[in-house]
Design a protein around this ligand. Structure first.
Ligand SMILES: Nc1ncnc2c1ncn2[C@@H]1O[C@H](COP(=O)(O)OP(=O)(O)O)[C@@H](O)[C@H]1O
Ligand SMILES: [Mg+2]
Length: 312
């Protein structure tokens, strides 16, 4: 059952931020921006820096509805969602299962493939030893992209052009969270499309100065250009939006998601991954895309809050 605005204004809203993941700093910025915005709309907000005692904090603060501004592990992967379900506290964003599948690139790609949503050909290995046993040349050849299935922010992502580089990259990826995923490298334009509930909001083109959209391109100001709306032909723009919406629905996501896509020169669109808790700082891409639809930052936060529910 969805909330009404009047009802939510009588509730104590806990904005969950920070957390224990490597994306803590970005989450603190997201959380502050969202808490400020909700207060500006007249909501009663408790700012919760999530630590191991989060269950106690939620009770002590009398939180009745949770606004999830966490990123990364424990916040984006179904863990906090499971805790909130168990405490019967309605929360924003995706539920336990969609969050857990969305965080795992291998699992998400399997769902996309089953639903006919194009995702690059790939193979995966449980460990580096498993990879060495089975052979170091992927069936789709080189170049290939090596990534750990359970990380984000391009951590552990490497483009490789031969066996030697693949071996080195896989050794590193094997130390990080999840399986070792090896994907066919697709040369094309990098597009991200955002979805809010059942609607695709729009698509942005990312033009990194580096070889690909790596960690520094994501977080060092001035290294990447963002073009909104993505300057691509209308039919491709529509298909990018439709792909993101299909991915959102295939995983059963709620709230807002942002999907990473590659647009090949042929016009083919491929999904790399879906992000179930996109950044919400003032510089983030989701707010930029929403603004293009006439949804300002505070209204976007309110729309997310209105979607708070127990999701099972
Ligand atoms: N198969 C691929 N082909 C081309 N570029 C890729 C591919 N996979 C990843 N990349 C590049 O690496 C970046 C990060 O990969 P992504 O799968 O989105 O993981 P992350 O969760 O770390 O963002 C992408 O934004 C893109 O620039
Ligand atoms: Mg990505």
């Amino acid at each position: 059952m969805a909330f009404q605005i009047d009802e939510l204004k009588t509730k104590r809203i806990g904005v969950l931020m920070g957390g224990l993941s490597t994306e803590r700093e970005v989450s603190l910025r997201t959380g502050k921006a969202c808490a400020d915005a909700l207060e500006s709309k007249g909501y009663v907000v408790a700012r919760i820096d999530v630590q191991k005692d989060v269950a106690k904090r939620l009770l002590d603060e009398g939180v009745e509805v949770a606004f999830n501004a966490l990123h990364g592990r424990w916040g984006e992967d179904g863990c906090i969602q499971g805790l909130l379900e168990s405490m019967f506290i309605p929360y924003t964003g995706s539920g336990v299962q969609a969050s857990a599948v969305g965080m795992d690139k291998v699992a998400a790609k399997q769902v996309f493939a089953a639903r006919g949503i194009p995702t690059p050909p790939s193979v995966q290995y449980a460990s580096f030893a498993d990879l060495e046993r089975k052979g170091l040349v992927p069936p789709f050849g080189f170049p290939a992209v090596v990534k750990p299935s359970g990380e984000g922010s391009s951590v552990g992502v490497t483009i490789v052009r031969d066996e030697k580089a693949l071996r080195a990259a896989a050794l590193e990826a094997g130390k990080l969270k999840g399986l070792i995923l090896i994907e066919k490298y697709l040369k094309g334009r990098e597009i991200q499309a955002a979805v809010l509930e059942a609607e695709a909001l729009g698509a942005i083109e990312i033009v990194p100065a580096n070889e690909f959209y790596d960690y520094s391109a994501k977080y060092q100001a001035g290294t990447t250009r963002y073009l909104f709306p993505a300057p691509i032909p209308p039919d491709q723009y529509q298909r990018a939006c439709a792909t993101a919406l299909a991915a959102h629905q295939a995983l059963g996501c709620s709230g807002a998601t942002r999907s990473d896509l590659i647009l090949e020169p042929s016009g083919a669109i491929w999904i790399l991954e879906i992000n179930t808790l996109p950044g919400m700082t003032n510089a983030s891409l989701l707010p930029k895309i929403a603004a293009g639809k006439g949804i300002d930052f505070a209204s976007l936060c309110e729309r997310l809050l209105l979607g708070a529910a127990l999701k099972g």
